[in-house]
Write a protein of this length. Structure first.
Length: 37
């Protein structure tokens, strides 16, 4: 159970669309941090 996008999700998995803005932003930040370390 967890919070995602302002909603309580009662499941053990999170399904994201490939064009989800949160996924794209998170992947971009992670890649940028990995490159600069």
């Amino acid at each position: 159970m967890f919070w995602y996008n302002g909603k309580l999700i009662q499941a053990n998995t999170l399904e994201l669309a490939i064009d989800d803005p949160g996924l794209l932003y998170g992947a971009t930040v992670f890649t940028t941090l990995r490159v600069y370390q």
